[in-house]
Design a binder for this molecule. Sequence first.
Ligand SMILES: [Zn+2]
Length: 337
Amino acid sequence: MASRFFSTKKSHFLATIVVVSAAVIWWTLFSPITPSAAVAKQIGSIGPGRLAEHIKRLTEIGPRDGDNIRATRATIDYISERLRGLGYEPIEEAIQWPGFGGQGHVNLIAEKRGTKYPNQIVELGAHYDTVPMSPGADDNASGVAGVLEAARVLRDLPTERTIRFCFFGLEEKGLIGSRSHVAAFQKTPQREVLGLLNLEMIACRKAWPDSQDAPIRIPIIASLPTTGDFITVVGDFASGPLGNLFEACVNAYVPELNYFSANRIGGYFGDAARSDHSPYWEADLPGIMLTDTAEFRNHNYHQPSDTFESLDLEFAAQVSRATAATMAHWAVLSGSG
Ligand SMILES: [Zn+2]
């Protein structure tokens, strides 16, 4: 009798453990957020119009590759001018990397200071350079426009942590700007960078069958849909919570946006490391890339045909809204307890 009584208690105990573990795993993997009316209001003003203006102006400059000093300067000046117009004080951070020091290459950086933990910094970035010969509308004027719009709507939303907006140079030369940036902030440990959300091509959507290629398709684990109408969330294992936060913000604020989660597993695929979040992974910091998957969907990738006319700006606006919401929650809204 005793043993039976004992085993009933034991099975209750085990059931409790299973339920609690399942809840913890569910919370860890999907971690829902409490939506904020203030965030919803701010991001609601992000639409195709302002994104279009930024992308047009940037592409009119022409190819903005690192060897093109005139176009690079015009690009930096444009972004700086827009940031100043929003009330930011952008700084030019010299790019220092073997083979690339002292030539005037810069990352452009602007900060919105945290109210409670100003030395805890969450970063949102996009590269502003292109390959030669391409006007780089999707790659990556779209990402730059998304960061500028996030900077606009986050300006008046007090957050406990500092939000830093990063416009990286020389990405197409081998992630040089972001490598230099990570090396630079690692030398100032009194200011702690918590990771990067990286916009890398966010304006190509193809809502018809067989419009999406994939580097590899592994059933269940990593199989991109065959219709290219989603944004891909790419993170390595350590970036999981940040990827979850973005996905929770899509669900809460922009449910019309389709996403495919390559969160946590992205680190196992070589193609997933081809942008400015990669130096963060190498430094054991969270980094999430949001991408339309580049050449696996957009056949204008790195071509003269990567033009303004080829873009889907409503898609870019949806991604930008979810991005701005993610930054607001990651930086912790002031007064939200
Ligand atoms: Zn790019």
